[in-house]
Design a protein around this ligand. Sequence first.
Ligand SMILES: NC(=O)c1ccc[n+]([C@@H]2O[C@H](COP(=O)([O-])OP(=O)(O)OC[C@H]3O[C@@H](n4cnc5c(N)ncnc54)[C@H](O)[C@@H]3O)[C@@H](O)[C@H]2O)c1
Length: 439
Amino acid sequence: MATLAVFGIGYVGVVSAACLAKDGHTVIAVDIDPAKVAAINAGRSPIVENGLPDLIAAGVSEGRLTATTDIRAAIHATDASFVCVGTPSAEDGSIGLVYVKAVCQAIGEALATHPGFHSVIMRSTIVPGTMDKVCIPILEAASGLTAGKDFGVGYYPEFLRESTAIKDYNDPGLIVFGALDAATGAHLTALNKDLDCPINLVDLGTAEMVKYTSNSWRAVKVSFANEIGNIAKAAGLDGQRVMAILCSDHKVSMSPYFMRPGFAFGGSCLPKDVRALRALATGLAVPSPLLDAVLVANSAQIARAEEMVHASGKTRVGMVGISFKPGTDDMRESPLAELAARLIGRGMDLTVYDPFVHEAYVNDIGAAGRGLDHDIGLGDRLVPTIAELIAKSDIVLVGNRYDEAILPLQAALGDRAMIDLTRIKPGQRSVGSYEGICW
Ligand SMILES: NC(=O)c1ccc[n+]([C@@H]2O[C@H](COP(=O)([O-])OP(=O)(O)OC[C@H]3O[C@@H](n4cnc5c(N)ncnc54)[C@H](O)[C@@H]3O)[C@@H](O)[C@H]2O)c1
């Protein structure tokens, strides 16, 4: 069992403190607000949350949960601290770090005289880079110690929802944390080991980003459901019924399939159907800002890829895939076809490898080029093999993923400049002459 300090007796801190004490750990809750400290020490909850008063009363009466305003004493008596102070918006909407900076300063000063090893684990929501650029420098300067060596550092975001916070603690949907040092990683792994949820031990920045991704995704879902509900109601339909049926489809609608960062969507359905739903909404006088933004964002992703190729300075471009997805020769509203036309329009010498489109050209001239919006002389640009494509280009632009092309493309890494919109190699990051669109 661990001895832990929890800084900030707000919604996150008090739930963490009470649940950790329930699990048998010894917990010292710390706050600058003496009223909250007094409430805990009296066995009362400082916030309203289902089930919390009983947990706090039990933790205090059994001697595992105490509270104090004395930061130094709390740090010295514990092996790790969870920092749960607030991060309200600054005036310009950016993250407010006043409390985070103050608590890091105070913890750092206490660490300077800590007799053993202590891990500082941030739980407040902070934008990527905050641990590296703000928290660690303050902790090191205030303590005169080196992070990751003399004291541990972790970032362990909290995902609880108020009103079901204790249930969420016992049954989390997601566990992720970053650690600067092995001891902190092991500590957090041990604390979570009995929960029925995979543990993601990552770097600090990834853990910071996952928290914002989770909250933004929740926000997008609410706004999306509301927008659909508004349009449905105006069309005389029950929006909640529509969304409930959509959510029953875990195979496609609710699957991770469409949640993989990469290139734009296209094809014969998604763009036309988003446009049509927007038009329906306009006709019904219902605003659809989210659907509008979806089309703007999609077009921006095509422009992003175009700029990446342009910025490379190379002009002999070998494009892997031009249909709207692998396994079909359909080029209706293919974002790759749009990208190809733009690159040719910028004077680039484009060659294309697409086995399905190539087959259509070879076998049936009539149907070949189905759905191509721009006259880009595609028939003359197609090459039959990936080897030929690589040989004829100074930069390879990977748009679709074809099994037979993967090994040759991986082998060309380093030899040939490459822009990858799909990720030919798991875990491959942008480095040297290789650039991934989102990694
Ligand atoms: N509320 C939620 O549902 C929730 C869920 C997940 C994550 N978060 C994130 O967790 C963090 C905390 O949120 P909250 O809602 O619990 O905040 P809160 O405002 O309810 O509580 C913050 C507490 O920190 C205390 N505090 C401030 N400076 C301190 C210091 N130097 N030392 C000790 N205590 C100090 C304050 O007095 C207050 O009691 C935020 O970053 C928030 O975004 C919140």
